[in-house]
Design a protein around this ligand. Structure first.
Ligand code: VGL
Ligand code: ZN
Length: 197
């Protein structure tokens, strides 16, 4: 694993490294837990450099529209307040969390749809793009779960918001509903202007 020394104006976004996306979880991503040691090294580098590290959390109510019971594609996962929604226990958590898809009828894959967690609650007026821009961030490095859903959406949204974006490929794993979803997602991110490291 190749960890870069980050430059001024960079921030690290750790996407959805939650128990339910790891082996044994409700929507386990194959080898999802293997991103933890890789991302922990990136987290250390960014913290040593005094640069922001932020975390996103899929944060669904019990009756979320993406769940099969409501005609959605997924089994129940990352239900607010459950252990499945918590970060993987070995992940170094050294920054704020932004929670997304926390209303029953709203899906959201991108971390930029997230709002700042505050205790058990959510500060709906504090979004990720504003938080990063207020800290002079121009470039985001992104890793986590899953490459073909929330990581992809977060990288593409970062570009849309005017940030440079870097995908940490060995710090991300895919669901791969179709076997080539990961490769397609990486190619799309690259084509739309993301760097892949
Ligand atoms: C995700 C499927 C459903 C993700 C979230 O974090 O990539 N995937 N909800
Ligand atoms: Zn979800």
């Amino acid at each position: 694993m190749d960890v870069r020394v980050p430059e001024a104006g960079a921030a690290l976004i750790i996407v959805d490294v939650q128990n339910d996306f790891c082996p044994g979880g409700a929507l386990a991503v194959r080898d999802g837990d293997q991103v933890v040691p890789v991302l922990n090294r990136w987290i250390e580098r960014f913290r040593e450099a005094g640069l922001p590290v932020v975390y996103t959390q899929d944060w669904h109510p019990e009756d979320h529209c993406s769940f099969e019971a409501r005609g959605g594609p997924w089994p129940p996962h990352c239900v607010q307040g459950t252990s499945g929604a918590e970060f993987h226990p070995a992940l170094k958590v050294e920054g704020p969390a932004f929670r997304k898809a926390f209303r029953p009828d709203q899906e959201g894959y991108s971390g930029f749809e997230g709002r700042l967690a505050e205790g058990e609650g959510i500060r709906e007026d504090a979004d990720l793009a504003s938080w990063l821009k207020a800290r002079g961030v121009r470039k985001v490095y992104v890793g986590g779960l899953a490459t073909d859903y929330c990581v992809r959406a977060t990288v593409l949204d970062a570009l849309r918001h005017g940030f440079a974006a870097v995908l940490i490929r060995d710090g991300a794993r895919a669901v791969n509903v179709r076997p080539d979803d990961e490769a397609q997602a990486v190619e799309e991110m690259r084509q739309k202007g993301a760097e892949v490291v």
